[in-house]
Design a protein around this ligand. Structure first.
Ligand SMILES: CC(C)(COP(=O)(O)OP(=O)(O)OC[C@H]1O[C@@H](n2cnc3c(N)ncnc32)[C@H](O)[C@@H]1OP(=O)(O)O)[C@@H](O)C(=O)NCCC(=O)NCCSC(=O)C[C@](C)(O)C(=O)O
Ligand SMILES: [Mg+2]
Length: 353
């Protein structure tokens, strides 16, 4: 076990010092693109400033024969693009794959100064994060980087879920977690073939009337991912890092996508993945607090003065705890307003009188 005193020391001579706090940078949509696909790559410069995170994906969804092209494409995009307020992330190949070592050595050397976060798939336990932590420190030292690259883990195995707290606490580089519903479903032997979202078979049925089990009874589809997302949220909050929903594979169904993202937002997630340009707007909308919510939160904070005691607002009790909930909402609104002029003007126009 590492001593607490060593935790914030660099893991290689010459590597930048680890961060003591993970910055709360807006990341409502993590937009995936294949850097080796010319059509997708061509759209990247125009997405800068319109999406919070652009992620060059090297893992699943990139064919084995295109792995090197994708890696080289990401180097070119990283070197040639001015990302402004938009973060650049990548998803490297799995730690047991033949590509990951070259992914790390190439990317940190060539675009380590541009990369904000490296997403690591199929993380099983703290040992995977320790491996990445050390090798990144060595590569950062070699590349002369002056700020550490952060690490984001995808939860997509049963063992990863069982070890979620230790994964989140494994390194000061840990930035957050995403749900990987497709690999996780396969690993758990769940019987859904969907990439995220609900399932019509996973339901609760209304009780029968007068014992008539054949009579009409309404059913309600339930959320297959509620348990896992809730565990992720607690593990992330406990370690001061950020949870994300992950992908919603039914690209055409933007309505269900919005519902699924909103459930995650309400539970505490800060963003979700976008696999197709049309999902960016969905995530940006859902993960930005509504004007009504920000207005209410500001009213409560205003009415609560020093934040202690209890008051009645619109027939509802507000107290020390509810003012904290409102501060979470207002803090997020302020972070988003700082990078999104449209939202800023909407929030600035709020009158709380
Ligand atoms: C779904 C697909 C095949 C539909 O692709 P399409 O070409 O059929 O779609 P389209 O509607 O016809 O596309 C319109 C235009 O947008 C472009 N386009 C389309 N998508 C993008 C994009 N993402 N970024 C930038 N541009 C994009 C596309 O190239 C086209 O350009 P054009 O007008 O010049 O012809 C395509 O969108 C795609 O490949 N998206 C990314 C898929 C991906 O990254 N999957 C991996 C993440 S999910 C995952 O790994 C699971 C997980 C977590 O691991 C686990 O649960 O286990
Ligand atoms: Mg996966």
């Amino acid at each position: 076990m590492r001593s607490a005193k060593d935790f914030f020391a660099p893991l290689a001579v010459g590597a930048p010092a680890p961060l003591r706090e993970i910055p709360a940078r807006p990341s409502r949509a993590i937009h995936f693109f294949d850097p080796g696909n010319p059509k997708m790559a061509a759209k990247v410069p125009d997405m800068v400033g319109k999406v919070d995170v652009l992620l060059g994906n090297l893992e699943d969804a990139v064919k084995a024969e295109n792995k090197e092209t994708a890696r080289e494409g990401l180097v070119t995009i990283g070197q040639e693009t001015d990302f402004g307020p938009t973060q650049l992330w990548t998803r490297i190949n799995a730690l047991d794959s033949p590509w990951v070592l070259d992914d790390l050595t190439t990317l940190v050397r060539a675009i380590g100064d541009k990369l904000d976060v490296i997403m690591v798939p199929k993380v099983q336990g703290a040992e995977d994060i320790h491996y990445v932590d050390r090798i990144l420190a060595q590569l950062e030292a070699k590349a002369g980087l002056d700020r550490p690259i952060l690490v984001h883990a995808i939860l997509e195995t049963a063992r990863g879920v069982a070890n979620v707290e230790e994964i989140c606490g494994a390194s000061p580089r840990m930035q957050g977690l995403s749900l990987g519903p497709a690999d996780l479903a396969a690993d758990r032997r769940m019987k859904t073939t969907r990439v995220g979202g609900g399932h019509p078979g996973y339901l609760v049925r209304e009780d029968p009337t007068d014992g008539d089990i054949e009579g009409a009874r309404s059913t309600h589809q339930q959320d297959l991912w509620h348990y896992t997302i809730s565990r992720m949220v607690d593990a992330c909050a406990m370690h001061g890092i950020y949870p994300y929903y992950g992908p919603f594979g039914d690209i055409a169904d933007v309505v269900a996508c919005e519902d699924q993202f909103r459930n995650a937002f309400l539970l505490g997630c800060v963003g979700a993945w976008s696999l197709h340009p049309k999902q960016i707007a969905v995530a940006n909308k859902v993960f930005s607090p509504s004007v009504e919510d920000v207005k209410h939160a500001r009213r409560v904070i205003d009415a609560m003065g020093d934040g202690t005691g209890a008051v009645m607002l619109d027939g509802k009790m507000e107290d020390d705890a509810s003012v904290k909930q409102c501060k979470v909402m207002v803090a997020l609104a302020e972070e988003l307003a700082a990078i999104d002029p449209e939202l800023k003007s909407q929030y600035d126009a709020i009158e709380i009188g």
